[in-house]
Design a protein around this ligand. Structure first.
Ligand SMILES: Nc1ncnc2c1ncn2[C@@H]1O[C@H](COP(=O)(O)OP(=O)(O)OP(=O)(O)O)[C@@H](O)[C@H]1O
Ligand SMILES: [Mg+2]
Length: 594
């Protein structure tokens, strides 16, 4: 279950964040505006200590009107600077937060749009809950970086450089000492920040694991309760959460050490230098105002370095988070439309022709077991073919290949003479209507669920399809008829009702090729007879492949193919096959004699 965390690593470190650049580039204007606001805010911050120094060195002595107006002038200036600071800070905050939200929204949509295009192979190794966790929690970390960290970093770099410059102007000697000490502090900070990133990735991975687990269990909550596994499942989730907690604490510990080192060393350096400065004032080498100015600048610089180490921590966290998101985005589906798809010839009125030649196939997750081998079949337009055979024979697999959810390792599949690999994926799939073995109902009302087969269908068309699928009557009897909400995964319907909705959906699509995988298996004899009737009517004018276990339902088809262990072992009408006395005959004997 943990193969997902062992994927090849993407680029490491803050370089991962560079992968976010394509998401930032559409917003150059906003970045420019934010930078301007930021520079103005930083500049006004930096002028404040200078003003203070002037005030202190001017002194507040009584009885000098000239002097008093001078002081007024300075205070007015100071207030003006505060106004500029307030406005530019708010402007920066707004723009930068906007950017953070915008970019996060873009990344969420991009990752989601990408993930829904992945072939089933992807979902064999990735749990949907994991993807959800990536979409919500991982993107939130990126939002922090784009929405605050970038601007914090810029602001503090400006303050750091500006503050250092002003310190240099105030006292070269004291500043040089501080710089040397700061450089010494930086090395351990960088080393620790790297550790934070690794732990952050691990921490996000554990959260995703927990979400994956929860997603699966919540979808199967009735089974959990039927087997009275509530406690076991709660404990299993609890353990996953504990793991996430432990990893998070490791990360937080690393970050705390980072903080303590940064503050201790930086303040230590500054206190030491100030001590030197105090002596300089006492020896008369520096004025009191100069020292105050120096202290304020030193405070700004210290604050900036502290903030920068925070920012680096955040950025490393986001780098850890974006790693997996970028891996998701880099995931390439093995099933894609060809660059230059061939147009499907105008289909014959009777439906699509289908051909399979020597198809060999094994599922990617089971490279050594063949699901289909040397499978060949030829289906003429308009034919109705039944596919029967023992469980695990490869019947559903055959449908998966027709829909091109997987490509065979060898052999070819052609639709109306065109290899399906040369068709646009959407063209191919639009030609096919499928009622899958496990019906899928969306949490919407009956009308919308059937309309999924043809989004622009009118209500009348939907009802006609429902009538054909023997679903109209029971839908009308639901509390709100077609507007009745069916519950998540259709929990408010019986199994047979779900199947009829699925059949109605496929019929509404009106496809030239109809694939029915045990479409009536959950129906009672009476409904099955009704649906069977309806399906027989619907089969006119299209090619239909019916997978069935109940042989009684397939006696009237044109041809029956018997599949066993991935091969067609027999083929013919019911009577031919019974006469052949092979696998079909024995299956039939079992079913009809009892
Ligand atoms: N996603 C998958 N990955 C690996 N193996 C798979 C996968 N899906 C099916 N298989 C295997 O492929 C073989 C054929 O499965 P398939 O679903 O086609 O059987 P089937 O004929 O439809 O059976 P049933 O009548 O029970 O539905 C089985 O042995 C099954 O275990
Ligand atoms: Mg099957």
């Amino acid at each position: 279950m943990n193969t997902k965390t062992e994927r090849p690593k993407a680029k490491s470190g803050l370089k991962t964040l560079a992968a976010l650049l394509p998401f930032l580039s559409p917003y150059k204007k906003q970045f420019f505006f934010a930078t301007i606001a930021l520079v103005i805010a930083a500049a006004s911050t930096l002028t404040i200590p200078y003003g203070f120094r002037q005030l202190i060195d001017l002194g507040f002595t009584a009885g000098n009107p000239d002097h008093a107006s001078h002081v007024n002038y300075y205070f007015l200036g100071l207030f003006g600077v505060s106004c500029v600071l307030a406005i530019s800070t708010a402007a920066r905050f707004y723009t930068v937060s906007w950017l953070g939200e915008r970019v996060t929204a873009d990344i969420r949509s991009a990752v989601y749009a990408h993930v829904v295009q992945q072939s089933p192979q992807f979902f064999e190794t990735t749990q949907s809950g994991e993807v959800l966790s990536r979409l919500t929690t991982d993107t939130t970390l990126i939002q922090t970086v784009v929405g605050t960290s970038i601007s914090m970093a810029l602001r503090n770099i400006l303050l750091l450089i500006g503050g250092l410059l002003m310190m240099l102007i105030t006292s070269v000697k004291l500043t040089s000492i501080i710089i040397v000490m700061l450089l010494a502090v930086l090395v351990p900070i960088i080393i620790f920040a790297r550790r934070v990133r690794k732990l952050s990735r691990a921490s996000q991975d554990r959260i995703a694991d927990a979400s994956g687990l929860a997603g699966e269990i919540l979808n199967a909550v009735t089974i959990v309760q039927a087997y009275t596994h509530e406690k076991i499942e709660a404990q299993r989730f609890g353990r996953a959460v504990e793991q996430a907690f432990t990893t998070a604490i490791n990360r937080i510990r690393a970050r705390s050490i980072l903080t303590v080192m940064a503050i201790l060393m930086i303040f230590g350096a500054i206190v030491f230098v100030l001590w030197l400065g105090a002596h300089a004032v006492m020896d008369g080498g520096m004025s009191g105002g100069e020292l105050s100015q120096f202290i304020l600048y030193a405070a700004i610089v210290t604050g900036a370095v502290g903030a920068l180490s925070e920012v680096i921590g955040d950025a490393q966290r986001a780098a850890g988070a974006s790693e997996r998101l970028m891996e998701l985005l880099a995931e390439r589906s093995p099933i894609t439309s060809p660059l230059h798809p061939v147009a499907l010839p105008v289909l014959a009125k009777q439906g699509a022709a289908l051909q399979m030649r020597d198809v060999f196939f094994n599922y990617p997750s089971r490279p050594d077991t063949s699901a289909l081998s040397a499978l060949s079949l030829d289906i003429a337009p308009g034919e109705t073919i039944a596919i029967v055979g023992p469980s695990g024979a490869g019947k559903t697999t055959l449908f998966q290949l027709l829909l091109r959810f997987y490509d065979p390792q060898a052999g070819s599949i052609t639709l109306d003479g065109v290899n399906i690999k040369e068709l646009d994926l959407h063209t191919l799939r639009n030609t096919i209507g499928i009622v899958p073995q496990d019906t899928v109902i969306f949490s919407a009302n009956a009308m919308e669920n059937i309309r999924y087969g043809k989004p622009d269908a009118t209500d009348e068309e939907v009802m006609a399809a429902a009538t054909l699928a023997a679903a109209h009557e029971f839908i009308e009897r639901l509390p709100e008829g077609y507007q009745s909400f069916l519950g998540e995964r259709g929990v408010r319907l019986s199994g047979g009702q779900r199947q009829r909705i699925a059949i109605a959906r496929a019929l509404l699509k009106n496809p030239p090729l109809l694939l029915l995988d045990e479409a009536t298996s959950a129906l009672d004899a009476e409904s099955e007879r009704l649906v069977q009737h309806a399906l027989e009517a619907a089969m006119a004018g299209r090619t239909t492949l019916v997978i069935a276990h109940r042989l009684a339902t397939v006696q009237r088809v044109d041809r029956i193919l018997v599949l066993d262990q991935g091969r067609v072992v027999e083929s013919g009408t019911h009577h031919d096959l019974v006469a052949q006395n092979g696998l079909y005959a024995s299956l039939a004997a079992l079913q009809f004699n009892s």
